[in-house]
Design a protein around this ligand. Structure first.
Ligand code: NAD
Length: 331
């Protein structure tokens, strides 16, 4: 099949090109994000391949249909960026990569926790200036702390296993409880109890209408003073304004995010020569106890290899009229 690939970075191209000959599909790589101005690049292709910030709303679905696109191959797990109803109405199939490397994201969440807890982000800069003073670098142990996990799907479960290895008490909230996690010693509690009992809270649920701004001024009030809040899932799970207020009044003790509510116009770009227009991210960067990474939790060699393998397998299954095991449907 001929596939138009949007939001392409060099690492995407490398991992797809490595195995494309095995599958026999043809990829046109576009650096441009998919939007109403760039959608015409899909002309002459049968499918598109997109990533997390390629918003596929009803207008884009309609245009894709007019251009003869039959399949949307998401090279990511989340699909909150797609108007599923519009896709179904226009008979466009959607496939995704449900679990390319849950460990990649879980390990990144742990990296955020350890960096903030032990201030290695500060130590790194300090020693590079031959400043070996330890003043201000006192950290906290992770061992023995209570970690609250919101969402125990593939990533949340990988995260729980690591947290258990650290000797943490792990409590969780999910709309479905998982037996394997219970066997591991994870205790499921109502959301408010998880929020109020945890020293560290890590978000691993998808962004849905129910989870939008799950962390807001009211839910933050339930949390312990000095709580650590970690988000590697989707930015809009957290109301950024409320998080900034809680950082200012020290309710949040440290804040590690790989995703940001307004990341769409910022992340995946080099803006080092530009004036930052987003006031909230600019404010977040001023806190010494905030660590922001630009949606890189998925970015490991292992995960990229799995993403390209599953995406191309999904496309081949569609081409052959086989069952689409990774299809996303409107509920
Ligand atoms: P998954 O589908 O395996 O698990 C999601 C879990 O969340 C499920 O157990 C589900 O029951 C639970 N859930 C759904 N609604 C809930 C709610 N209202 N409250 C609590 N729990 C709820 O997904 P996953 O592979 O573990 O991925 C989780 C999320 O991580 C994805 O939706 C995506 O947004 C994000 N993600 C981020 C990156 C990154 O690079 N930062 C990479 C991959 C995925």
């Amino acid at each position: 099949m001929n596939i138009a690939c949007f939001s392409t970075k060099s690492y995407d191209r490398q991992s797809f090109d490595r195995i494309l000959p095995e599958f026999g599909h043809s990829f046109s790589y576009f650096e441009a994000k998919l939007d109403i101005h760039t959608v015409s690049l899909a002309e002459g292709h049968e499918a598109i391949c997109t990533f997390v910030n390629d918003h596929i709303d009803a207008a884009i679905v309609k245009k894709l249909k007019q251009l003869g696109i039959k399949l949307i191959a998401l090279r990511c797990a989340g699909y909150n960026q797609v108007d599923l109803d519009a896709a179904e109405t226009n008979k466009l199939k959607i496939v995704r990569v449900p679990a390319y490397s849950p460990e990649a994201v879980a390990e990144h969440a742990i990296a955020l926790i350890l960096t903030l807890a032990r201030k290695t982000h500060k130590a790194y800069n300090r020693v590079r200036e031959n400043n070996f003073s330890l003043e201000g670098l006192t950290g906290v142990n992770i061992h023995g702390k209570t970690i609250g996990v919101i969402g125990t799907g593939a990533i949340g479960r990988a995260f729980c296993r690591i947290a258990k290895g650290f000797g943490c008490k792990v409590i969780a909230y999910d709309i479905y409880e998982n037996e394997e996690m219970k066997q591991l010693g994870v205790t499921y509690l109502p959301l408010n109890e998880v929020l109020s009992s945890s020293h560290i809270i890590s978000l691993h649920c998808p962004l849905t209408p129910e989870t939008h701004h799950l962390i807001n001024a009211t839910t933050i009030k339930h949390m312990q003073d000095g709580v650590a809040l970690i988000n590697t899932s989707r930015g809009a799970l957290i109301e950024t304004k409320a998080a900034i207020k809680a950082l200012k009044n020290k309710k949040i003790g440290y804040f590690g995010i790989d995703v940001y509510e307004q990341e769409e116009n910022i992340f995946f770009k080099n803006l080092s020569e530009e004036i930052m227009q987003d006031e909230q991210i600019a404010r977040l960067m001023t806190f010494p106890n905030v660590l922001v990474t630009g949606h890189q939790a998925f970015l490991t060699k292992e995960a990229l290899a799995q993403i390209s393998q599953t995406t191309l397998t999904n496309i081949t299954a569609f081409e052959n009229g086989e069952e689409l095991v990774n299809e996303v449907k409107a509920s």
